[in-house]
Design a protein around this ligand. Structure first.
Ligand code: ATP
Ligand code: MG
Length: 514
C-alpha cells in the first residue's frame, strides 16, 4: 500500500467515480434544509433525500460526493474507539435508478485494490452481506473475493420505517492481530463484536424494496427505481492507508494535535483521550458554526454547547484552565479550507463565538460550584433532584458534581439523577418527529409533470397559478397547515441541486402561507 494524504484520498475517490460517468456534487451544509426529521446531515445520502424518494430527478443519475457529516450519537465513542468521530467526512457514490449491484461490486474492488487508486491488498479485505442476499454474495465471488472473506450478518439490512429498503454489504479492512488483544480473529466479525481490528471502511446499500408496515420482508415489492447509496469514512481510509494506530494519527488530525501540544505544554502520548476528544470536537464546532449553527439551549445549538463543554472538561485534564478552543480554529481552517473554501469565510466570527461561549461556561462552572457548596452545607449527601437541577438549569456537569461531593466525603443519588435524565430524554425525543425516516417513493409525485418556469428577473414578487397540491407526497384537493404546492411560474430558486431553497411567502384570496 502507498501512503497517501487525506486530500489524495478525496481526489482519488472523485476521480474514480467521475471516470465512471458520475457527476460531482458539492458537500451540502451540515444543517439540513427543509428536513425537520434530521438535526444534522449525518451521511452522504442524507443530503440527497429528494433524489432518493423520487421528489426530484437529477440531471445525472450517477452522483459522487464528499459530504461533511455529524453524528452526535457517536459522541461517547470518540477517543474510546480508534474510528469514531462526531464530525467526519463521508465519501459517497450514488445511483438514482441507474446502475446496480453488477456494476457496483466490481467497481468497489477496483477502487480499493487497483495500484492506481487505494492499492489495498485484497486479502486484507472482508465483506459482510445479508444471509438472504445471495446475489451480493455471488457478485463478490465473481469479482475475485475468496469465500472465506465473505461473512453473512443478519444486521445487514437497511430499513428505516416505511419506504426504500434493502440489503447492504459492508467492507472491512483487517488491521491484524496487533489490534486484537484477545486473539479472536474472524470471530470478531462473525459475532459482530465491537473491535478495532476489522475496521468498517465502506457501506453499500442496495435500495431495491419498498418497506411497508405489516408486510414481511420477503414480501416487500420491488421499487420502481432501484437505487444505490454508499458511504465510506475518509478518516478510516486514511488510518488504513497511513497505517496509524487510530484515525487520530493521520494527517487529518495531527496538525490539530500538535497545536494543542503547544497550547497545553502536555504531550499527546501522555493523555491520548483528552487530545482526541478535543481535536474531534473542535473540528465539529468549527464546521458547524461555519455552516451557520449557533450555541443554544436546545436542539442543534445544545449539541454544540455539549461538545464545547466536553472539550473544555478534557482541556482541564491537560491543565488548561483558560479559554483555548478558539485558538485551535485557525489550524482547523488552514487544514480544510483547500477542500472546503467556505470554512474560511467567517473565521473571526467563529473564533469569537467559541471564545464567548468558553467564557460563559467558565462562569457557569464558578456559579455552579458556589451553588453546590451551599447544597453541601445543608447535607453531605446530595439528592438526585439537586444534582439534576444543577445540571439541567445551571449547566453544571454531573461528573463534576460527583467529583466534588466525593472529595468532601459525601454521596450523590446517581440512580435518581439518571431517572430524571432519562425522563428528560424521553420528553426531548417525543418532541422530535420520528427520526431519520425517508419519505416513501410517491407515485403521485413521480407521475406529476409540469412545465413550471423560473422567472429570473422578478425576484421580489410574482403572480402565478397553483397547479398541484400534495400532502406527504399524495395528491390532495386542498391543504391545511402544511404541504407541498406546485405553481406555474416561480421566483424561488433551488441552489446546489435543490439542497438550498429560497424561503418566502405565498398568499391568495383567502390564504396565507410561509
Ligand atoms: P460503525 O458501525 O463503525 O459505527 P456505521 O455502520 O455506523 O459504522 P455507516 O452508517 O454505514 O457506518 O456509514 C458509512 C461509513 O461511514 C462507515 O463505513 C464508516 O467508514 C464511516 N463512519 C460511520 N460513522 C462514523 C463516525 N462516527 N466517524 C467516522 N467515520 C464514520
Ligand atoms: Mg455507527
Amino acid at each position: 500500500m502507498k501512503k497517501i494524504t487525506g486530500q489524495q484520498i478525496r481526489e482519488l475517490w472523485l476521480k474514480f467515480f467521475k471516470e465512471k460517468g458520475h457527476a460531482q456534487i458539492e458537500s451540502s451544509s451540515l444543517i439540513p434544509h427543509g428536513d425537520p426529521t434530521l438535526l444534522w446531515i449525518n451521511s452522504g445520502v442524507a443530503a440527497l433525500k429528494d433524489y432518493f424518494d423520487g421528489t426530484t430527478i437529477p440531471n445525472n443519475r450517477r452522483l459522487v460526493n464528499v459530504q461533511k457529516s455529524i453524528r452526535t450519537n457517536d459522541i461517547e465513542n470518540v477517543g474510546y474507539t480508534a474510528r469514531h468521530h462526531t464530525f467526519f467526512e463521508m465519501l459517497g457514490n450514488f445511483s438514482i435508478g441507474d446502475y446496480f449491484r453488477q456494476e457496483m461490486v466490481p467497481w468497489a474492488i477496483e477502487l480499493l485494490t487497483s495500484p492506481d487508486y487505494y492499492d489495498m491488498p485484497l486479502d486484507k479485505l472482508y465483506f459482510t452481506y445479508h444471509p438472504s442476499d445471495l446475489d451480493t454474495y455471488n457478485t463478490w465471488i465473481k469479482a475475485g473475493v475468496d469465500q472465506s472473506h465473505l461473512i453473512p450478518l443478519e444486521g445487514n439490512y437497511w430499513e428505516i420505517g416505511e419506504g426504500p429498503a434493502g440489503p447492504n454489504t459492508e467492507v472491512f479492512f483487517d488491521r491484524g492481530p496487533k489490534y486484537d488483544p484477545e486473539n479472536k480473529g474472524i470471530e470478531l466479525l462473525k459475532e459482530d463484536i465491537d473491535n478495532d481490528r476489522y475496521v468498517e471502511i465502506w457501506g453499500i446499500v442496495f435500495s431495491q424494496f419498498n418497506a411497508k408496515k405489516g408486510v414481511k420482508r420477503e414480501d416487500y415489492e420491488q421499487l420502481p427505481f432501484k437505487n444505490i447509496d454508499t458511504g465510506a469514512g475518509l478518516e478510516r481510509i486514511a488510518c488504513v492507508l497511513q497505517d496509524t494506530p487510530t484515525n487520530f494519527e493521520t494527517d487529518l488530525f495531527m496538525p490539530i494535535i500538535k497545536e494543542l501540544e503547544q497550547i497545553s505544554q502536555v504531550k499527546y502520548e501522555e493523555n491520548l483521550m483528552a487530545f482526541r476528544v478535543i481535536a474531534d470536537h473542535i473540528r465539529a464546532l468549527t464546521f458547524a458554526l461555519s455552516d451557520g449553527a449557533t450555541f443554544a439551549n436546545e436542539g442543534r445549538g445544545y449539541v454544540l454547547r455539549r461538545l464545547l463543554r466536553r472539550a473544555m472538561r478534557f482541556g482541564q485534564k491537560i491543565n488548561i484552565e483558560e479559554p483555548f478552543l478558539s485558538d485551535l480554529v485557525d489550524i482547523v481552517v488552514s487544514k480544510y479550507e483547500g477542500f472546503y473554501p467556505t470554512v474560511a469565510l467567517n473565521v473571526n466570527n467563529i473564533k469569537k463565538t467559541i471564545n464567548d461561549e468558553e467564557v460563559r461556561f467558565i462562569s457557569t462552572l464558578k456559579s455552579g460550584e458556589t451553588l453546590l457548596q451551599s447544597v453541601l452545607e445543608k447535607s453531605k449527601n446530595v439528592s438526585g433532584d439537586d444534582a439534576f437541577k444543577l445540571y439541567d438549569t445551571y449547566g453544571f456537569p454531573f461528573d463534576l458534581t460527583k467529583e466534588i461531593v466525593l472529595e468532601q466525603g459525601g454521596s450523590v443519588d446517581e440512580e435518581r439523577f439518571n431517572q430524571l435524565l432519562e425522563e428528560q430524554r424521553i420528553r426531548a425525543r417525543s418532541a422530535r418527529v420520528d427520526a431519520a425516516s425517508m419519505a416513501t417513493q410517491s407515485r403521485d409525485l413521480l407521475n406529476f409533470t409540469s412545465e413550471s418556469t423560473f422567472l429570473y428577473n422578478n425576484l421580489n414578487e410574482i403572480k402565478t397559478k397553483v397547479i398541484g397540491l400534495f400532502k406527504g407526497g399524495e395528491k390532495v384537493g386542498s391543504l391545511q397547515e402544511s404541504g407541498e404546492i406546485v405553481v406555474e411560474t416561480t421566483n424561488f430558486y433551488a441552489e446546489s441541486g435543490g439542497q438550498v431553497g429560497d424561503e418566502g411567502v405565498i398568499s391568495g384570496e383567502n390564504f396565507n402561507a410561509r
